[in-house]
Design a protein around this ligand. Structure first.
Ligand code: ZN
Length: 250
């Protein structure tokens, strides 16, 4: 990686930390790993939550520990802020879904125009569970890596859906929740760029090596853009974003 270092880490995208804690939906993927770094710059203290829903790419859950451990060790300014992690068993979601993310079904587009990787209700459930834990733990800021710019049109990744959910959670629990989606209007190139602005080459390398995107759970070969099969939609997005990011910096 080449290019001049930004003038200050965590100073480009975030000016002043919010003096409150946040709960980050942390799957182990590129997006949520970038969001975790963003939140560590944006908030006083950060907790993480992950979901085991019988996903085909469960290997992403194993990436979480390594990502968190290296964030703690290699980013001393962030490490002390990184608090408790929990994984919630949502295997029931896998049981009631017949999708390409929760079974061996082929990855393709359906008549509805949505890909078979769409797991109906997934992000709605994730935020409902995050809010239930946030309610108990005093964490009203919920952070997720949803993005409507270059994903396959998942309706529960859209800004309007998540703004409506924020209102529903706030009213339904009679407690103010704020859903933060720092990647909402970024494509994958801009997500790599955000990682660079937050933590320089060290963070880009950490996310490249340790995060997982591939829907098929492939982690045998480390490509320029990270591990993955290279051909599933998640790998394609990640690779294309990386190539655009790398070529802009060369
Ligand atoms: Zn793949």
């Amino acid at each position: 990686m080449r290019g001049a270092k930004p003038a200050s880490w965590a100073g480009e995208a975030v000016t002043m930390p919010i003096r409150e804690p946040a709960l980050v939906l942390f799957s182990g993927g590129q997006d949520s790993a970038t969001c975790l770094a963003w939140a560590l710059g944006a908030f006083d203290r950060v907790e993480t939550i992950g979901f085991d829903y019988g996903q085909r790419h469960r290997v992403e859950l194993a990436c979480r520990d390594r990502l968190a451990e290296r964030l703690r060790r290699e980013f001393p300014g962030w490490g002390p802020k990184l608090g408790a992690d929990r994984i919630v068993d949502l295997s029931v979601l896998g049981q009631i879904s017949e999708t390409a993310l929760t079974s061996d079904a082929a990855i393709a587009f359906t008549e509805s125009g949505l890909p078979t990787t769409f797991v109906p209700g997934r992000n709605l459930l994730f935020f409902a569970f995050a809010a239930a834990i946030g309610y108990r733990r005093g964490l009203r800021h919920l952070v997720g890596g949803m993005c409507e710019t270059d994903y396959a049109g998942y309706p529960d990744c859209r800004d309007d859906a998540l703004k409506a959910l924020q209102v529903a959670l706030t009213l339904g629990m009679n407690k103010r929740f704020v859903i933060h989606t720092p990647l909402m209007w970024r494509d994958k190139r801009a997500t790599w760029q955000l990682a660079y602005e937050l933590g320089g080459d060290a963070l880009v390398e950490l996310i490249r090596e340790e995060s997982h995107s591939c829907y098929l759970g492939e982690r045998s070969v480390l490509h320029d853009w990270g591990y993955g099969c290279g051909t599933c939609p998640a790998c394609e997005l990640r690779r294309n974003g990386w190539e655009a990011f790398a070529s802009a910096r060369s």
